[in-house]
Every structure is written in C-alpha cells, then in structure tokens.
Design a protein around this ligand. Structure first.
Ligand SMILES: [Zn+2]
Length: 242
C-alpha cells in the first residue's frame, strides 16, 4: 500500500508533472540517518512535508558523529535541530555503538544496522522508512552502509507492511543547482518510467537554514554555502525501494 497519493501541483505543467503529494493518513515514518546534521543538510524537504501533513516522524541517527571528538556536542545539536524541524525530542534516537563510529574508514556491519533499525520499527509501529540511496548523497561510506542496513530490514522482513523510500543522489550539476533543481527534477520520472518516484518541494526553506544553524559545531562557511546552493535544501526526490 502506498502511503502517499499524488496531487497535481499548481505550477508544474502536465505531463512533466513532478508530483506534489498528500498522505492518505497519518503514518509512522522512520528517517534513518548516519550522523547528526544529515537530517538538516539533506532531508528537510521530506521532513517538512511529512510534518505538515500530520505524519508521525521518528529519527534514528546511527552515530553521534564523533569523528572530530565532538560527539556529545553534536548529539545535543541534533535534538535542537529537531525542535526547529517540529520533531519532538522524544522521537529522536541517537545510537552510540562502538562498532558504529563516524568516519570515512569505518565499515558498519549491515546485520548490526538491520537489527537496530528493525527494533526501532517494531517499537514505534513504523510503516514507512526513509533513508539514503546506495550512493548516500555525498558518497560517505557511513551513509551507504545505512542504506544497505535498511535494505536488509526490508528483505529480511518481507511479511511486514513497511514501505521503504530512498533519497535519490543528484549528480554534481543538480546537487549545486539550488532551487533550479525543482525544474530539472521534472524530467527525472520521464527518464525512469518504471520506477516509483516522488518529488517533494520544500515548503519552508528557511526552516532548513534554521535547523542547520543549530549544528553550531558544523556551521562553518562552506556548510552555509552548501545549504544555500544545495538542491537538497529546496527539494528531495524519493524513490521507492522494491
Ligand atoms: Zn552524514
């Protein structure tokens, strides 16, 4: 069962319509990320959409982001960012496991990830998971491992009614095209007619900046530039994993 249904957008012409969406009803949605700040840098169009339509959003962050020794600070920053994104703090879980530490050289075990993710889906009666795709936006190995951990949950629990959607990684042209990507994305479903895709336009881009600014330890000039220029600030393309 799809938990999204299509609704025409007033400013995107058919047949190039990149769907604007309405949920059929409140769903329990689990956003699975690797580091504190992933939610604000990459997923805010999705979060804003879900919150404004009455979905119940849980965040599962699989590390404290301790690559620079600032993990405890970054945990608090994630809670503050979620307040800015209208997600109650009790709906945010941050894992600090010795085998799931932030870093480019750190390989995360997919079975371990799947066990943690599945436990969370059971505890919160999750019926939709959203996470990175197999490139992970930036190619970061932790993002990619999170994707495979979620896929393992999907494939190992076929009997459960859980939809899984992945955030489509953009090429470098689209990644830094800012709001222009809204128009570029119109053509994506035409290029991939056999895939189920949804384009979510950020209704509150200022909230993305506000959320990212809560990550004070990360809020340096190049990330400010990234948030301003990044297409992920303005829209997310989600693809359903079958
Ligand atoms: Zn990350």
């Amino acid at each position: 069962m799809d938990h999204f249904s299509a609704q025409s957008s007033p400013f995107l012409p058919r047949p190039f319509l990149c769907q604007s969406l309405q949920p059929k009803g409140g769903s329990n949605v689990l956003l699975v990320i690797a580091h504190p700040d992933d939610e604000s840098m990459f997923f805010t169009p999705t979060i804003n959409f879900l919150i404004s339509r009455g979905h119940n959003v849980q965040i599962l962050c699989l590390s404290i982001g301790d690559a620079d020794g600032k993990g405890n600070i970054r945990k608090q920053e994630l809670f503050q960012a979620c307040v800015a994104l209208k997600i109650p703090m009790q709906q945010v879980k941050i894992v600090d496991h010795p085998d799931l530490q932030d870093g480019f050289g750190k390989v995360w075990n997919h079975s371990l990830l799947a066990n943690i993710i599945e436990e969370e889906t059971i505890n919160h009666k999750i019926n939709m998971i959203i996470t990175f795709d197999n490139y992970g936006v930036s190619g970061h190995c932790n993002h990619r491992d999170v994707h495979y951990g979620v896929c393992k949950v999907l494939y190992d629990t076929l009997q459960r009614d859980i939809e899984v959607w992945e955030l489509v990684s953009n090429n470098i042209l689209r990644k830094y095209s800012g709001p222009v990507d809204i128009w570029l994305s119109m053509f994506l479903p035409m290029l991939h007619p056999n895939e189920t895709m949804q384009c979510l336009i950020n209704e509150h881009p200022h909230r993305s900046v506000l959320a990212m600014a809560q990550h004070s330890s990360q809020w340096v000039w190049f990330r400010k530039l990234f948030v301003a220029m990044s297409s992920y600030t303005y829209m997310n393309t989600l693809r359903k994993i079958k």
